[in-house]
Design a protein around this ligand. Structure first.
Ligand code: NDP
Length: 459
């Protein structure tokens, strides 16, 4: 008789956990997965997927304006929030069902309930009893971080609630300057909500290329988002008319909803990691090595709970590398270098490799190629500009960064990422013939080095 109930017990049925569980089960291992909410995790249930539907829904208002410039008359267009939520929830339920079926088809068992470790091989699952496993994978993801000591913080919502608001607010204050803040600023603005985005830093999207950051802020403002920089909440008061956000710089803004997008934290609470002897990093994430192994010999962790690069495809690759290593005897470590990402702001961003500032620090001398232009689609009206930027390491002549703000930037960056990951040089990049007429062709036709003002260029 087997020593343990399972060969692998996975805690968390999100992107990373499901991929690892399926692959492990397909190797013939006896696998179980515990999930306390719905199968699919943040990405499918309250993240990337419903967010993208909201982006699509909200972009129509902008498309309607462009349509007018092409001769269309669009009168009386109205948005039905309740209808949208219903359709969105149907699709999310369908996708979650697919995840469940994929797990079952691979032969993995599913346990509904919160799981906690009582030692390195024993898992207690609410409503499903106690199980033992030879190996354990922690894939519990992250959850929104909310400030604890801010007066009135209890009146604010996080992204979790933004997907289920019973009514579309007339006014919203969004706090934060990261991915989620700028994406929801675009969503609510597109849906006709009066949006104030408040961020403590000098510009949004810290860590992204500085030209991208300032370009996005300008474009968001052109579309009507009010961006307040260098300010943060001091308090939120409930008033007869809604909520009053009081800021550190003395400003006050009235709104119906305040949404905090102040980062996410690894979800380790109540997991029993101490009982199993699993160590955390000083930021509270599960500490792992390059093979996603914790300090405990039979316990691994993948995805946002390890706080490496908190993106769905990264969690999937980490889950796959874990399964390949442990269940197929093919040691594999996911390479976290040069991972592209997209921000579904409006306009959206695609970015891969180093920002100009990071490249200057890491490579020394760099050449910059930059184009700012009006996308052809807006030739008949509209003030939108796109930004395309390449960062080239002078010593190796390699393209080490590519950054795009504009229509379809997320689609473009997937392709650019292949070349950059392969170590493409600027000469090879330029040898690629343009696809015309596109915005992307600008990327392969930038020949003149860009010298920013202050670095030698005359105004
Ligand atoms: P981010 O870490 O991207 O941004 C958090 C923001 O909150 C930053 O602007 C930060 O400012 C600010 N902040 C943090 N603490 C405070 C505070 N105490 N007071 C005021 N401001 C504060 O987090 P998000 O929640 O936006 O997203 C979480 C992660 O989810 C992302 O990093 C990304 O990995 C992933 N994600 C990816 C998406 C995509 O791929 N399109 C979409 C959504 C999320 P500062 O910069 O000054 O630190």
């Amino acid at each position: 008789m087997a020593k343990y109930d399972y060969d692998l017990f996975v805690i968390g049925a999100g992107s990373g956990g499901v991929r690892a569980a399926r692959l492990a089960a397909m190797s013939g291992a006896r696998v179980a997965v515990a999930e306390e909410h719905r199968v699919g995790g943040t990405c499918v249930i309250r993240g990337c997927v419903p967010k993208k539907f909201m982006v699509y829904a909200s972009e129509f208002s902008h498309h309607f304006k462009t349509a007018k410039s092409y001769g269309w008359s669009i009168e009386g267009a109205k948005f039905d929030w309740a209808y949208f939520l219903e359709e969105k929830d149907k699709e999310i339920a369908r996708l979650s069902g697919i995840y469940v079926r994929n797990l079952q088809n691979a032969g993995a068992e599913l346990a509904h309930g919160k799981a906690r470790l009582t030692d390195a091989h024993t898992i207690e699952i609410d409503k499903a009893g106690t199980k033992t496993a030879d190996k354990i994978l922690i894939a519990t993801g992250g959850r929104p971080w909310m400030p604890k000591n801010l007066p009135g913080a209890e009146f604010a919502i996080s992204s979790n609630e933004a997907f289920h608001l019973t009514e579309l607010p007339k006014r919203i204050v969004i706090a934060g300057g990261g991915y989620i803040a700028v994406e929801f600023a675009g969503i609510f603005n597109g849906l006709g909500v009066d949006v104030t985005l408040v961020h403590r830093g000098p510009n949004v999207l810290r860590g992204f290329d500085d030209d991208v950051r300032s370009h996005l802020t300008e474009e968001m403002e052109k579309r009507g988002v009010k961006v307040m920089l260098g300010a943060q909440h001091a308090a939120i008061d409930k008033t007869a008319g809604g909520l009053t956000s009081r800021f550190s710089d003395g400003h006050e803004v009235e709104s119906d909803v305040v949404m905090f997008c102040l980062g996410r934290e690894p979800y380790v609470e109540g997991l029993g990691l101490e009982a199993a002897g699993v160590k955390l990093t000083d930021k509270g994430a599960v500490a792992v090595d390059e093979y996603s192994k914790t300090n405990v010999a039979n316990i691994w962790a993948v995805g946002d709970v390890t706080d490496r690069i908190n993106l769905t495809p990264v969690a999937i690759r980490e889950g796959q590398a874990f399964a390949e290593t442990v269940f197929y005897d093919r040691p594999m470590a996911f390479d976290h270098e040069t991972v592209a990402s997209a921000v579904f702001s409006q306009p959206p961003i695609g970015s891969v490799g180093l920002s100009e500032a990071d490249a200057r620090k890491q490579c020394g001398k760099v050449d910059i190629y930059l184009a700012r232009l009006k996308p052809m689609k807006y030739a008949f009206g509209g003030d939108e500009r796109s930004l395309l930027k390449l960062v080239v390491d002078c010593a190796t002549e390699k393209v080490v960064g590519c950054h795009v703000v504009g229509p379809d930037a997320p689609e473009m960056i997937q392709m650019a990422a292949i070349a950059i990951k392969m170590g493409v040089t600027k000469t090879q990049w330029d040898a690629t013939c343009a696809v015309h007429p596109t915005l992307a062709e600008e990327l392969v036709t930038m020949r003149e080095k860009y010298v920013p003002l202050g670095l030698g260029q005359v105004a």
